[in-house]
Design a binder for this molecule. Structure first.
Ligand SMILES: *Cc1c(COP(=O)(O)O)cnc(C)c1O
Length: 390
């Protein structure tokens, strides 16, 4: 169903359109100058030397594991409270996902839970900057370095975010970005890996292009690779969008602040953190949490009511360990209690640049009415149930 106020909307300018159309006036539609330019822009933004453009964020995560040689018998540590892509790439490699619980405030991998999940078979840690909030990489990298385990930052939701003054994606061994239309920067479909490792960057360039190393001839293939290339049209859009990254992120931040103000009066709602000390958030989605007295069914009912009014909303995230594909991978050392509590009560509201004050007012009004309509939770219902005051 088409939403009157959609959950997300890409921001495309005339300059973006022109950049894409200009590619179509040239004969180079894949592996050309726009790809090189986009890779350089992304690497520079992350403060590392190499960028590898790929067909999606998922492809980028997959190439990291593949380039590291992760395979059957290896374990990959990741949060369960995330998008399915990070889990799927572990299964692509026939490795074993090991889920670790999250911090209840930042919703990111809890560094205190990390060390006991590490075994001699741990091949990598995937750290997700959930909803654009930088993960606590300091202690995570300390543990990872101590055990010699590489860290992949899933920065798909966090382009431009900063942790202790450094841009995310360029802090761990690899950073992965995604450019689906709901992301702050879009290329339609697309992704990017950034890294400081020249050798692994070469391997990933080969893997995205059917395993052909730069030293191979046209039909020589040294590795088992994939077609994970990103077309010149996509890269041109990425380059054009990256020129406005600062502006786009500021616009999104101002929408988040307006939401926070409008939601202040709904006491049943917990807001996402609006600031991070020594860092910067990237506003990917605006996810609120309902108070503890609400059950998952209440949240789902509220979401249905908003949808019925043409207001887009999302239940970010359904935990991975609750999905059939991952049900077999229980971690006996971690009950994922916070993940389960949080996931039942989160609700993503419409969020994009250009959301008007009137739309924000409408969304917050509808949300308030839907919340107060949940029988046992509304103050009116509570006092009615208690009977007339005598
Ligand atoms: C968007 C996203 C991805 C990548 O998605 P693609 O659709 O493959 O580009 C990966 N991880 C997270 C956390 C995401 O939000």
């Amino acid at each position: 169903m088409e939403m009157r106020i959609p959950l997300s909307a890409p921001e495309i300018t005339e300059a973006d359109i022109e950049a894409v159309v200009n590619v179509l006036r040239t004969p180079r539609l894949s592996i050309g100058p726009r790809m090189v330019e986009f890779e350089q822009a992304m690497a520079e933004a992350a403060g590392v030397p190499y960028g590898i453009a790929v067909s999606s964020g998922t492809a980028g995560l997959h190439l990291c594991l593949s380039a590291l040689g992760i395979g059957e018998g290896d374990e990959v540590i990741l949060p369960s409270f995330t998008f399915i892509a990070a889990g799927n790439v572990v299964l692509y490699q026939r490795a074993t996902p090991v889920f670790v619980d999250i911090d209840p405030i930042t919703l990111n991998l809890n560094p205190d839970r990390l060390e006991k999940a590490i075994t001699p078979r741990t091949g990598a840690i995937i750290v997700v900057h959930t909803f654009g909030h930088p993960a606590d990489l300091g202690p995570i990298l300390d543990v990872a370095r101590k055990h010699g385990v590489p860290v992949i930052e899933d920065a798909c939701e966090a382009i431009g975010a900063q942790y202790r003054g450094r841009t995310v994606g360029g802090i761990g061994d690899f950073g992965v970005f995604g450019f689906y239309p709901n992301k702050p920067i879009t290329t339609g479909e697309g992704g990017m890996v950034v890294t400081r490792d020249a050798g692994l960057a070469d391997t990933m360039r080969a893997l995205r292009n059917q395993g052909r190393m730069t030293t191979d001839g046209w039909l020589d293939h040294s590795l088992l690779g994939y077609n994970y290339r990103l077309s010149e049209m996509n890269c041109a859009l990425g380059v054009a969008q990256m020129k406005r990254l600062g502006e786009i992120l500021e616009g999104r931040e101002s929408v988040a602040i307006r939401y926070a103000n409008a939601l202040q009066e709904i006491s049943e709602v917990t807001l996402p953190p609006l600031k991070i000390e020594g860092g910067r958030l990237c506003w990917f989605v605006f996810v609120i949490r309902l108070a503890a007295q609400f059950a998952r069914e209440d949240r789902d009912s509220i979401c249905e009511q908003l949808t019925a009014q043409g207001i887009g909303c999302g239940r970010y995230f359904a935990p991975l360990h609750k999905q059939p594909l991952f049900a077999a991978y229980a971690n006996p050392l971690d009950d994922l209690a916070i993940t389960e509590q949080v996931a039942d009560r989160t609700l993503a509201l419409p969020f994009f640049n250009g959301l008007t004050d009137a739309q924000i007012t409408e969304v917050c009004g509808s949300l308030r009415d839907a919340i107060r309509g949940i029988p046992e939770c509304s103050p009116q219902a509570a006092s009615a149930a208690a009977g007339p005051k005598t």
